[in-house]
Design a protein around this ligand. Sequence first.
Ligand code: CTP
Length: 209
Amino acid sequence: MRILITAGPTREYVDDVRYLSNASSGRMGYAIAEAAVAAGHEVVLVSGPVSLPRPARCEFRSVQSSQEMLDACLEEFPNCDGAIAVAAVCDYRPKERVTGKMSKTGQPLVVEFVETPDVLAELGRRKAHRWCVGFALEAQNARESALRKLRNKSCNAIVLNRTDAIGADVNNVEVINESGETAATWSGPKAEIARRLVDWIAGNAWVKG
Ligand code: CTP
């Protein structure tokens, strides 16, 4: 299979030097890219800025903003069999990006934010015969929110994890299938979860069909 993977955070610039981002390390997405390559798949990794080495033997596209991530994914997805969206895409960006560097004014600063494109939802909309697996990072009402995302983003499955996964070496996940059932629960190092997830995806009828 040829698999598109999104990973890492995005950066949404306020001016040419300041941005809004989040604490995603990219480790889960990179571990999945490595596991998929090790299992013999081709991988296109679309990554926001992280401080991890590029996984060997995968095609790599470096992006910064959510719009750049969307553009790269829309280019790559038609040539892939499926996508795994692990990126922690910023939900909002400043409405305007100021050219240069803003100076202090002595007054409170008000910045207007607008929603960013939803990369996974766009892939889900265009997937046709392809498959999509999402991640849901939840702090409360976890299962309910994950199910809503599974449906709204047209995923074949969603991997539920908690906010304590951010930046950690280990993770604790529940895989929810299209019918809303728990297909698997795994905990352990992210590399181990990545291997299990790649195996699990490859065993599904929606992949083979
Ligand atoms: N995602 C995406 N593009 C976005 C937001 C999220 O591709 N703009 C993807 C993530 O990569 C993940 C899934 O959608 O696979 C769910 O991400 P999450 O941050 O849990 O949910 P959101 O849709 O952002 O919803 P909310 O922040 O309101 O919980």
